[in-house]
Design a protein around this ligand. Structure first.
Ligand SMILES: [Zn+2]
Length: 398
């Protein structure tokens, strides 16, 4: 965080008329029409488009081999979640996964593309214990506050079927993670109630959130949503529970979908999607109308699950727009809003926008307007994180 006052001059917030954005102690204090008198240390925005820093609400920065020689994907052409999990556990040691250097490299890619805050899941299992968490904490420290990181201790290999993992999750909660993860309690642990009961108990006992990967489809998926909703209400955890992926949602029968969305709204449960190619579009408008927070994420990038992903959340917003058939300007802007300001609650922020009171996380792009930026995904010309210049012309400066 910078402790001086600076002004970012001549930028177009969300494509509006040129403005000067003044920052003090890392917070935006004023957005005024451009043309104020320049002072030493001011930054010239050159009339570029300005949007808030991107918020990646679903990442796995501990899984990546970024920064290492290319790792060819050799696992099955017809993979299953269960098979990917086993493959990763069998192969990760060959690539020193997890490690601090790769986690740092991933966070630097996020910064290069204008992501200034992220929530990341971190594998916790019997093989590596809390090593992934330690790697991520070291990476965050290395970048000295340039990117805000929220952590989720994630039992990728299952919970109940691996005795000892529940204890590790408790240790992670004591070690300061923001949330505890979970994974397909029906198919992975074969005990929806059992896994959820244990996870919710840790959340209540340690005051952490829950962020649950739910890949299951159809009626099992709907049953798991209902269970999460009921337990969130029973535990009084409104506003602290998130469902990740939730692939079943887009294909539910309308009456079931309506009931689930009402339940999510009542229980204050949020939702994150990575807009995966080939998945059913989400009823995003209905979710938004009912106040269900919806965040976008990259998922894992360049790891043993897939070689794809470059950490650019604007490309995820592009994928979200394509998946949902967006063409009109207002919808294209909506996709960018979900990649920026609507991500605020996923990283513990009440406000994340180009307005006074918000963190001074600002991204400049050479684009005519927000829809133009979305469809072209041009280079990020300048990235400010808490008022500090962290990337310029595609070069990370931290
Ligand atoms: Zn994930």
């Amino acid at each position: 965080m910078t402790h001086k006052r600076i002004t970012l001059r001549n930028v177009r917030p969300w494509g509006a008329d040129a403005a000067d954005i003044t920052v003090s102690d890392g917070i935006i204090t004023e957005v005024a029409p451009a043309g104020g008198a320049s002072e030493p240390g001011d930054l010239d925005g050159a009339g570029l488009l300005a949007v808030p820093g991107f918020i990646n609400t679903h990442a796995h920065i501990d899984k990546s081999w970024w920064g290492k020689p290319w790792v060819p994907y050799t696992y099955s052409e017809n993979p299953t979640v269960e098979g990917w999990i086993a493959n990763e556990r069998a192969e990760r040691g060959n690539y020193d996964i997890p490690n601090t250097a790769s986690a740092t490299a991933v966070l630097r890619e996020f910064l290069r593309h204008g992501t200034t805050a992220t929530r990341t899941h971190i594998d916790v299992d019997l093989g590596i214990g809390l090593k992934g968490l330690e790697s991520v904490q070291a990476a965050v420290a290395e970048l000295d506050g340039a990117i805000h990181v929220e952590t989720v201790a994630f039992p990728q290999d299952g919970v109940l079927r691996r005795p000892g993992v529940m204890r590790l999750l408790e240790e992670a909660a004591q070690a300061g993670v923001d949330s505890i993860g979970g994974l397909d309690p029906g198919t992975i642990d074969g005990d929806v109630g059992g896994q959820l009961e244990g996870l919710f108990q840790i959340a209540v006992d340690h005051g952490v959130g829950l962020d649950l990967h739910l890949h299951d489809f159809g009626s099992l998926g709907a049953y798991e949503y209902r269970q999460v909703i009921r337990r969130t209400l029973d535990a009084g955890l409104q506003g602290k529970v998130n469902i990740s992926h939730g692939f079943a949602m887009g294909a539910l029968q309308p009456e079931v979908r309506d009931e689930i969305i009402e339940g999510l709204a009542e229980a204050g449960i949020s939702w994150t999607t990575v807009a995966m190619n080939g998945t059913a579009p989400l009823p995003w408008q209905q979710m938004r109308d009912r106040g269900v927070p919806l965040g976008l994420g990259t998922d894992g990038i360049r790891d043993l699950w897939s070689p794809f992903g470059d950490g650019d959340l604007l490309r995820v917003a592009f994928a979200f727009a394509r998946l949902h058939g967006f063409r009109h300007d207002d919808k294209l802007v909506t996709a960018v809003e979900h990649a920026t300001k609507h991500g605020a609650p996923f990283v513990g922020r009440e406000l994340h926008d180009l307005v006074p009171g918000a963190p001074a996380d600002v991204v400049l792009l050479d684009a005519e307007n927000v829809p133009d930026a979305l469809v072209r995904c041009p280079q990020r010309r300048l990235v400010l994180s808490a008022g500090r210049v962290v990337a310029r012309d595609g070069e990370v400066l931290v």
